[in-house]
Design a protein around this ligand. Structure first.
Ligand code: GLN
Length: 541
């Protein structure tokens, strides 16, 4: 069995330095050298998972194949490395305590006082090591959420200190990501906050091996020397992480600084030559040299926080690059869309995506948007709640069910066109109880989606409680909205499309979760193609 080597990534000075992107970029470089790599994230909050968090608190909730509701950084790991992650890749303080308390109730610690050290730290370490113990990986990169010095992350830092000794020499490495602020008045980059943050890490018994320094301006030799001296790291292990134009530049920036080589040397791992990142560079070439552009509207209710729709935005980036097209996203709050302003708000768009979501706020705006896209033959892509709104709209305005609604929003409606799934009816707990994770979906011969995917059977990830009520299906199909994708086991409607429309597709699942740099999602790629065609036609008229 391969002994996995562990790279721990901690953060200092401030949050939001981009530990996720640095971890994913390092992972990319190592896997491009042929190593098997996975990345896991430990989050210091008490929620058992982020599934119950409002997106405003923590951004998008990313769903894995096995149905875990996880931190959005796992999306970066999958998009950069083309790997699939699972519940094991994201663990929170809440889950650690939950497990320990469960064990305590079972009597596993009979007679003992249960304490942070060793019981909580042991449980953290058990989770640190779980992926490495599968024997599948050469390297496990472990991102510790939060910043060093936070009360909440102390047990994780302590467990990391202990892990160094459990793993033995040459198998443990700490990368500390820090900020080098620029003081405009002094005209200088400052190292003091980094020195303090390294001291704080040292107080916890951890000496960083490599410093990755986020900075707005290049750090010269003097600063590198100073950091090396005061933070006790070799000169060549002070790595500069300049602000980048796009997150997809970061693997190349890290390569330029030879982060991968430093990591391999410190972990006594022989290497030769360069990582093979040609495909990545091709993608960047296309991304940065678009030959055309389109404007797509992203209609949602959390539009002030773009992180709430992270995977959708990234899927647009991937799909844009393939099409050599710059995708300009216009963020539109569904609450602001009304009968009187719908055409003014949407008229400049070449395509519309209605985002996933929960609850009543902004629903009528989404329904009006779907109507506008249908009537004006504007490319339309509805995801999860977005698909449900398109179905309600069609039910109301084409089929004449004036009360058509989802029972999520109107429990007593006489036309529950979107209704709670049977096995959801008796569920009372909110956490982890939706229809979650990957399910197969059979595509209908001759449909648009069959053409887009180029195969009959697909698998996509879900996160919802409500579904298309198939009592109404015949009526819908008779009038031109067809179920072009269904679950082969349960027959649930997973995809709808409108036949006499250039591109009108709604999916009950979340395709954005599976789009990666090297495998852009076909639905996004074709949606952008449709937007390009729409724009071309508009310009020709
Ligand atoms: N609120 C809807 C449901 O639970 C849609 C969920 C979503 O968009 N992810 O079915």
């Amino acid at each position: 069995m391969v002994q996995a080597k562990y790279i721990f990534v901690t953060g200092g000075v401030t949050s939001s330095l981009g530990k996720g992107i640095i971890s994913a970029s390092l992972g990319k470089l190592l896997s491009s050298r042929g190593f098997k790599v996975t990345i896991q994230k430990f989050d210091p909050y008490i929620n058992v998972d982020p599934g119950t968090l409002n997106p405003y608190e923590h951004g998008e909730c990313y769903v894995t194949e096995d149905g875990a509701e996880t931190d959005l950084d796992l999306g970066h790991y999958e998009r950069f490395l083309d790997i699939t992650t699972s519940q094991a890749n994201n663990v929170t303080t809440g889950r650690i305590y939950f497990n320990v308390i469960e064990k305590e109730r079972k009597g596993d610690f009979l007679g003992k006082t249960v304490q942070v050290i060793p019981h909580i730290t042991n449980e953290i370490k058990r989770n640190f090591f779980a992926l490495g113990e599968t024997g599948k990986y050469d390297f496990v990169i472990t991102e510790i959420g939060g910043s060093v010095g936070d009360i909440e992350s102390l047990p994780f830092i302590e467990a990391m200190r202990q892990a160094k000794w459990d793993l033995g020499p040459g198998n443990f490495l700490n990368i500390h990501l820090t900020l080098i602020p620029y003081l405009k008045a002094a005209g200088e980059l400052k190292t003091k906050p980094t020195q303090h943050s390294v001291k704080m890490l040292l107080e916890s018994g951890v000496q960083p091996d490599i410093l990755v320094c986020r900075t707005e301006y290049p750090i010269g030799n003097d600063i590198r020397k100073k950091l090396a001296l005061f933070c006790n790291v070799p000169y060549n292990c002070v790595i500069q992480a300049l602000d980048a134009e796009t997150i997809y530049d970061v693997p190349l920036l890290m390569r330029k600084e030879k982060l991968d080589e430093r990591v391999l040397e410190r972990l006594n791992t022989p290497y030769e030559g360069e990582p093979d990142i040609t495909q990545w560079k091709d993608f960047l070439g296309k991304l940065k040299n678009p030959t055309k552009d389109v404007q797509v509207g992203l209609i949602g209710k959390y539009v002030e926080l773009h992180d709430a729709y992270k995977s959708i935005v990234e899927a647009f980036v991937h799909a844009g690059a393939v099409n050599e097209c710059k995708v300009n996203v216009k963020w539109i709050s569904s609450e602001e869309i009304e009968e009187e302003n719908v055409s003014t708000k949407l008229k400049d768009l070449d395509g519309i995506l209605i985002a996933p979501g929960f609850g009543e706020r902004g629903i009528e705006g989404k329904i009006l948007t779907a109507k506008y896209a249908r009537e004006n033959k504007l490319p339309f892509f509805g995801i999860c709640l977005g698909m449900q709104c398109a179905v309600i709209e069609f039910g109301r305005h084409v089929l004449g069910y004036t009360n058509a609604a989802s029972t999520e929003l109107n429990a007593k409606t006489s036309d529950p066109i979107i209704d709670l799934m049977e096995d959801q009816k008796k569920i009372t707990n909110m956490g982890g109880t939706m229809r979650l994770g990957a399910y197969p979906c059979q595509l209908k011969k001759g449909s648009k989606v069959r053409e887009v995917y180029g195969k009959d059977l697909i698998s996509e990830r879900h996160r919802h409680r409500y579904e298309f009520n198939d009592k109404y299906l015949t009526d819908f199909e008779k009038h031109g909205m067809i179920a072009s994708g269904t679950n082969p086991d349960s027959n649930l409607v997973e995809i709808i499309e409108i036949k006499n429309h250039p591109w009108f597709i709604g999916t009950q699942f979340h395709p954005e979760l599976k789009s990666t740099v090297l495998s852009p999602h076909p639905l996004f790629v074709h949606f952008i193609k449709a937007a390009i065609d729409y724009k071309k036609n508009k310009d020709e008229q």
